[in-house]
Write a protein that binds this ligand. Structure first.
Ligand code: TXA
Ligand code: MG
Length: 332
């Protein structure tokens, strides 16, 4: 199949394709998503196929506003209303109990809950509002590869497998949304993102827990997609926690480095990728760096700068840890 690229004037064409059950990738402020009509089970199954994603891993339901979400839940809890008012449209995904029979099992993975997200992107907002129906929205990458932060990344992974891609340029944040579970007594953040547990806690006036990866609902892991080695290029990744340790990493041509400019300036390696000047820029550039190295067959090891300060550092380190399978560079 030919994969068409749509610009801002071609949203109606993308709407028609989605109505017919075709797959169209869409921009958000975090990463690009892979869209299909959320109420069309066959279309949703196509999403798993195109991504090569295990079918027990539920999909985010992407809506244009609270009203659209309310069609799929028995009630919108007060806590959800507060968070929506404060953070939507924006990078916060909310898990709620779903109204039985409103969403196919292929969306929820058979869970009694669903993850709702309202992204901040004009084109995607227009798309979903015109469709008047939510679309599923997993990241538009091949399963286990880094999430796409440009339309080119999506094209690289999914060309020939999906009907179209809406191109709205590089995404602003570069790491996926924060996921907070409100289907339980104490809200729990299942995946860190730009919105921090502290900010959520402040808006709710309630304690917010941070998932350590062990919580289960009836044998199904919470945030099932958060399993290990993910966002992974083919060469092994090592986290470099201290700036001065970049002096001690291997400097041969098969060893690549991704770090802030100030660090790169003092490193001799031939293969260098700039993560920018600040930690926010590094968050924005991380997946692009991992993808860049993945396409360089001569690179055998990748050394990436770690961060411990800044609001986005928990999200950044969460993704970097997964791509590195937890491996840190240790100075001998
Ligand atoms: O920023 C984002 O959230 C992006 C953009 C495209 O919107 N989407 C995204 O989707 O990251 P995905 O599928 O790559 O990650 C969604 C995560 C998965 O780990 C999935 O297991 C989890 O959300 N999830 C979905 N529904 C869930 C549910 N009912 N309970 C627990 N986890 C759920
Ligand atoms: Mg993903």
């Amino acid at each position: 199949m030919e994969t068409k690229i749509f610009n801002k004037d071609q949203i109606p064409e993308a709407v028609e394709l989605l109505k017919k059950g075709e797959l169209v990738a869409f921009p958000t402020e975090t990463v690009y998503g892979l869209g299909a009509l959320a109420t069309n089970e066959k279309a949703v199954k196509g999403v798993y196929q195109a991504k090569g994603r295990p079918s027990d891993n539920p999909l985010i339901v992407t809506v244009s506003d609270e009203e659209m979400m309310s069609r799929f839940v028995s009630e919108v809890p007060e806590r959800a209303k507060k968070l929506i008012k404060h953070f939507w449209p924006g990078p916060l995904t909310i898990i709620l109990n779903v109204k039985k029979g409103t969403l196919p099992d292929a969306v929820t993975g058979g869970l009694p809950t669903a993850a709702f997200r309202c992204p901040k992107d004009d084109l995607t907002h227009e798309l979903i509002a015109k469709l008047d129906n939510p679309i599923v929205g997993p990241s538009a990458n091949t399963s286990t590869k880094p999430s796409p932060t440009t339309a080119e990344h999506v094209y690289h992974d999914l060309k020939g497998k999906i009907a179209g891609i809406i191109d709205n340029g590089p995404t602003a944040i570069g790491l996926e949304s924060t996921i907070v579970d409100l289907s339980v007594d104490k809200p729990i953040v299942l995946r860190p993102g730009e919105v921090t547990p502290q900010e959520i806690s402040q808006v709710l006036g309630q304690e917010v827990l941070m998932n350590k990866g062990t919580t289960q609902t009836k044998g199904v892991p919470k945030a099932p997609g958060m399993k290990y080695r993910h966002y992974a290029p083919s060469a092994p990744v090592y986290i470099v926690d201290k700036e001065e340790d970049f002096q001690s990493i291997p400097h041969d041509d098969a060893s690549a480095v991704a770090a802030l400019d100030e660090v790169l300036a003092g490193v001799e390696n031939k293969n260098k990728f700039s993560l920018g000047k600040t930690i926010d820029e590094a968050a924005h550039n991380l997946f692009g760096a991992l993808r860049y190295f993945d396409n360089e067959p001569n690179i055998k090891e990748i050394y990436v700068q770690g961060f411990s300060k800044g609001n986005i550092s928990a999200a950044y380190m969460n993704r970097l840890n997964k791509s590195a399978a937890g491996h840190h560079f240790v100075k001998k």
